[in-house]
Design a protein around this ligand. Structure first.
Ligand code: 13P
Ligand code: SF4
Length: 387
């Protein structure tokens, strides 16, 4: 395995507090902005009124709600109750593209809304808050990433879905955590060397699993980067029968302690497929809602983010995901604020690597049901076409 660290600004939250680079300052300000703009919980009676209003607005606007597992549980439940979907980023993209509704309301972060728009330019894509960012996207500006790619023209550029449309447009492939390993394995088998961005932990994990030669951009997720191996080990010792579920955006010392490593959907599926009654979960706490719903008698413990080396700016809680609120959904469906706009030229470039991923997933029979379940059949893996 070859991993060549690239000396890009490290978007690690601990580094943020000790550096004065322009990039990290704007990143930190964004986190503070997000935290200051998390909607307040609605009183019960008001929430019911808003939910009923949203149901009506969805019907009137021929709209469907597409939500990520990390958003407010009330939004997740509303998406399912109205025929929308709750899923990981791959499922959200697939569901939005396949659905016949004219309007998609994407409750997640900006790159998810952009992916929906790229895949369905003819649809209106609305978001409750267009300023819901992602530290991976923020930590991978197009100019710097493009220069990085230009310096290694012999390499295939593979980017994580957590990137801007411009970065996607610069890439040969887009992947999500659901299909990243399979796609890199496929490229590695063809002898291709890879440029990977932006998440360094996911890149390192995939490089180790596949043996591919990967040059890594040094981004990180402010949520997953905070999980701590020493404290996780202590929690494991207190609960020796618990299974540890880890999202691969976490540091490799944390991944090393996992029983299951995977996308949010894969972690969820494990909780009801595995014969264990306690799980330690290293990803955003929003996922616990669906896990507990699926397995009411099982116990779910949040993996530790605190400890000696912790700065805990996020504490397993993505402030940008938390910016999605019921009132924001009601608002955007009422006045069409929060519309994701994109030039036809940019979308035409960005759809190529994104569609390539979806076609690849399809060729593997990676089927996503509205419930969020993934049905996977690897038999067709060998038939996937070249980039
Ligand atoms: P998934 O692809 O697992 O949904 O991950 C997206 C994300 O933002 C995780 O932090
Ligand atoms: Fe981005 Fe991390 Fe938030 Fe996911 S949890 S949207 S990767 S900052």
């Amino acid at each position: 395995m070859n991993i060549y660290p690239y000396d890009a600004p490290i978007m690690n939250t601990k580094a943020d507090s000790n550096t004065t680079s322009a990039n990290s300052i704007s990143h930190r300000m964004n986190i503070e902005y997000a935290k200051a703009n998390i909607p307040v919980d609605l009183p019960h009676s008001e929430r019911l009124v808003v939910e009923e209003n949203i149901k009506q607005l969805l019907k009137n606007n021929n709209a469907v709600l597409v939500a990520h597992y990390y958003v407010d549980p009330f939004i997740q439940d509303l998406a399912l109750a109205t025929g929308g979907c709750v899923g990981d980023s791959l499922e959200m993209a697939r569901f939005g593209q396949a659905h016949s509704a004219q309007t998609l309301v994407v409750a997640g972060v900006r790159f998810m809304g952009e992916s929906a728009k790229i895949l369905s330019m003819e649809k209106t894509v609305l978001m409750p808050d267009l300023e819901a960012e992602c530290s991976l996207d923020l930590g991978c500006p197009i100019d710097e990433f493009s220069a990085f790619c230009d310096a290694h023209p012999e390499r295939t550029v593979v980017v994580y879905a957590n990137t801007s449309a411009a970065v996607k447009a610069r890439a040969d492939w887009v992947v999500t955590s659901s299909v990243g390993i399979d796609i890199i394995r496929h490229l590695h088998a063809k002898g291709e060397k890879i440029i990977w961005g932006p998440d360094r932990h996911l890149g390192k994990y995939i490089a180790r699993e596949t043996g591919a030669d990967m040059l890594l951009w040094q981004g990180s997720c402010l949520v997953h980067n905070e999980f701590k191996a020493t404290e996780l080990l202590q929690l494991k010792e207190q609960h020796p029968n618990a299974k540890v579920l880890v999202h691969p955006e976490s540091p490799d010392s944390v991944v090393a302690l996992a029983d299951v490593v995977g996308s949010t959907s894969k972690l969820l599926t494990s909780t009801y497929e595995m014969d264990a009654d306690t799980f330690i979960v290293a990803t955003d706490l929003g996922i616990l809602h669906e896990m507990q719903k699926r397995s009411p008698t099982k116990r779910f413990l949040a993996a530790p983010t605190a400890g000696e080396s912790a700065s805990c700016k996020s504490c397993a809680f993505c402030p940008w995901m938390a910016m999605n609120g019921l009132k924001g959904i009601e608002q955007c469906l009422t006045d069409y604020s929060g519309e994701v706009l994109m030039s036809a030229e940019l979308a035409a470039d960005a759809i190529k690597p994104l569609q390539r991923m979806l076609d690849f997933a399809e060729s593997q029979k990676l089927r996503v049901e509205a419930s969020g379940d993934i049905v996977k059949d690897r038999a067709l893996f060998a038939n996937v076409g070249a980039a």
